[in-house]
Design a protein around this ligand. Sequence first.
Ligand code: GRF
Length: 216
Amino acid sequence: MKKLRIGILISGGGSNMHAIVKACHADDFPVEVAVVISNRPDAKGVQIAKDEGIASVVVDHKLYADRPAFEAVLNAELAKHDVEMVCNAGFMRILTEEFINNWLGKQINIHPALLPSYKGLHCHERALADGVKITGCTVHYVCLEVDAGAIIAQAAVPVLDDDDAVSLAARVLKAEHQLYPHALRMVADGRAVKVDDIVRIKSNVEASDTLHVPKL
Ligand code: GRF
């Protein structure tokens, strides 16, 4: 099976990256991780990638004069590893228009909220302040506007009465670890197809199978 070669961009813990790497261990998973790139030398994920035997590279943004210079090195590493799709997983650098346009339709991200709600930072704090009962996570294509690209897949997560931002983030993160590999599989095997600004899903799921009601 021809596998989709991805490069994963990280800045920190790398737990989403690890979830993807573990999914890729299955022979029938249509994705392979070509390289993990961190913009922070101290990111925990760099060691996780090494332990997993995945090529890992640190491109420390602080060593470059500006974003284009940093991104030129990123692009060189992605090209060197024959990356076909870029997966941002807790990658905390703002990318230039040029980089985003260069990878348009070939770069995805995970966001810890049900987009289009709670774009940007501090989404758990804002969800708690609004008293929402369900939040979740979203895998989406990257476009010029932050957290606004075509939605590929979402997972719903209940907000519990005694949650704080830490407990909610931890519950959402667990869902992220399931959702990111799931979304990647759908993209790679052609079940999720981006048509203009919308991702169409070829599936036989009944609406009644997808109702999410918290248990009482
Ligand atoms: C995740 O919640 C991701 O959605 C957010 O930052 C966190 C990164 O976690 N943008 P990890 O580095 O994958 O462990």
